[in-house]
Design a protein around this ligand. Sequence first.
Ligand SMILES: Cc1ncc(COP(=O)(O)O)c(C=O)c1O
Length: 450
Amino acid sequence: MATAFALKKPQIKTELPGPKARSIIEADSQFVNPAYPRPAFKLVAQRAAGVWVEDVDGNLFLDCNAGVAVCSTGHCHPEVVAAIQEQAAQLIHMCGTDFYYRQMPELAEKLDEIVPVARPTKTHFANSGTEAVETALKLAMHATGREKFIAFFGSFHGRTLGSLSLTSSKIAQRIGFKRQALDVVHVPYPNDYRNPFSAEDCGDGGAAQGGLNWIENRLFKTTTPAEEVAAIVIEPVQGEGGYVPSPKGFLSGLRRICDEHGILLIVDEVQSGMGRTGKMFASDHYGLKADIVCIAKGIASGLPLGACVSRADLMDWKPGAHASTFGGNPVAIAAALKTIELLERELVANSADVGAYLKSGLEKLKDKHNCIGDVRGMGMMLGVEFVTDRSSKQPDPELRDRVEMASFERGLILLGAGPNSIRWSPPLILNRENVDVALEIFDDAITSSR
Ligand SMILES: Cc1ncc(COP(=O)(O)O)c(C=O)c1O
C-alpha cells in the first residue's frame, strides 16, 4: 500500500469498474438509496492518502475532487488522524445540547476569529451543510420576525425541506416535493460569462448591476416587499451551479440593500469556505461581512460537522429553539481544530499558490481546445465550462460528461458541476507536480472526447 501511494501517477490495472468494484456496486444498487446523484463513472474506494485514492481492485487515482470539496487537508492527513484517534480514546459523545465539553467553545472561539461576520459571533454546531443552512433560515425568521427569503437560480443549499426551498440548481432536486416549504423568491445569478440580465437591467454595471436592479426595481416593487424579507441567501461562489464566482460589486451591493431594509445577509460558504478559494473564506476576496455564515464540507477534513455562525446579537433565542444531538461532536471538533491549524499553517496559502498554477494550466488548455468556453474561479475552486464552440457558447453537457468519464478511465477523479462544467476541487495539499500530471490527463481526455 505504501508503495502504491509513493507512485507519482495514477495506475489503472483492471477494467473499470473492476470485478470487486462491480460486486459492491451490485449490492449497493440492491440496498442503498437510489436517489444519490452518482455520476456515470463508478469509483469504489478502498483507502486513500493525500491526493491518492485506491479502489477495491487496486487501481490508483489522482483525486481532484476531494470527496466533493471535503477532504481539505487531503485524505487521512496523519495529524488529523492522530487528533481523531486521541479524541476518540477520551470522549466520543456527550451531547452538547445538554452537557458541556471544552471543544465546543474552543472551536466557536476560533470561528469567531476567522469567519467573515462582524464580531462578536455565536456558533450553532450541526452535522452537515443543509443543517447549517436550516439553522440560518430559522435564525433569520426568529431574529427579524419576517418570513420571506431571496435566493438565486443555480444555487445549492441542501436537500432538507427548508434549504430545498432555496436550492435551484437541478429540477431532479424538486420533482415530487410539491410546493416550497418556505416563501422563497429566486433571482438569476449574475454569471459574468452568461449574463442573464438585459442591457437595460445592467446599465453600465454589467451582470452585478443587473442582479441588484432586479431585486430593487423588480422584486421590491412587485411581488416581494423589502420589509417582509428576512434574508437574502447567497453562495459567494456558486458551487453545484457550476463553480461561478459572484462578479465584483455584487456582494457589496447585496450588503447595501440588506442594510437599507433591515434584511439579513446569509452567506453560504459550505463549499467555498475553509481555504478552498485561496483565502479562508470566499467572502474574504470581496471584503464582505455577512450577518450569518454557513460552513460544513472542508471544516473537519471528512468528519461530519456543520456550523452556523452569526452575529451574537441575532442569536438571542431561548433554550429549545434550536439544537442537535450529534452536532459538534467532540471527535468531529478535534478534526476541525486540527484542520484549521493546518489551513492556517500552510494550506490556504498552498490553495492560492498551486490553485493559480492550476488555473493558468487550464487557461492554456482553453487556448488549445475551442470547446472550453470559460475557465473561472479562485484558489482550488475552479470551473471549466464546455461548449460546442467558443463563439456560439452553446452548452455541451454531453461533451462534459464524456470528459469526466475519460478522465476517470485515465485515473483522474473529477466531477461535473452545473449543466456543462467540470469542477476542480482537489485536496488543498495538491502540489505542482500533481497539477502537471492532472493537466496532462485532462488534456488527453478532452482530445479523446471530442
Ligand atoms: C453551498 C452548499 N450549501 C449546502 C450544501 C449542503 O451540504 P450537505 O450535503 O452537507 O447537507 C452544499 C452541498 O453540496 C453546498 O455545496
